[in-house]
Design a protein around this ligand. Structure first.
Ligand code: TYD
Length: 140
């Protein structure tokens, strides 16, 4: 399987001691962009996938802070599936990557850090439109 350049796993530093563990996330340092928005997804159902869109201009880092889930990413040429099951790993997803989240465990909490404010206009929700857009970009 070929790697998708716009998607990468980020190892997060854990400050752990006998009291427990702590992870701190700072923009432009631990997270490769300025953080404009944070949201989290919870109360999910194992058999109810989400996502099914790409973002024209948004970058994100996804961290499963409790439980586990899988993220399918697709740049129009290659597809990859990441198993997020650790609090100290973030999945960076750049612009114009189709994503689907699925296989949510019981109690899964997926934290998302985003580079932009919420804007429904910068979503691409139609897969064929996404494929057309990335093939245009690849020709430029
Ligand atoms: P949606 O994009 O469907 O979630 P997912 O990517 O997990 O499939 O978002 C669900 C609802 O939440 C939808 O009505 C839009 C709203 N929403 C906001 O208002 N702000 C946000 O930052 C996000 C991500 C979603």
């Amino acid at each position: 399987m070929k790697k998708i350049e716009k998607v990468k796993l980020i190892k997060l530093k854990v400050f752990g001691d006998t009291r427990g563990a702590l992870i701190s996330l700072e923009q432009y340092k631990d997270i490769p962009f300025g953080i404009k928005r944070v949201y989290y997804i919870f109360d999910t159902k194992r058999d109810t996938p989400r996502g099914f869109h790409a973002h024209k201009t948004l970058e994100q880092v996804l961290i499963c802070v409790n439980g586990s889930c899988k993220i399918k990413v697709d740049d129009g040429k290659n597809v990859d599936i990441f198993d997020l099951c650790s609090q100290n790993v973030g999945l960076y997803i750049g612009t114009m990557v189709w994503r689907e989240m699925f296989a949510f465990s019981q109690g899964c909490v997926l934290l998302v850090l985003a580079s932009r404010y919420y804007d429904p206009k910068e979503y691409i929700k139609d897969y064929n439109e996404f494929l057309r857009s990335v093939s245009c970009t690849n020709r430029e």
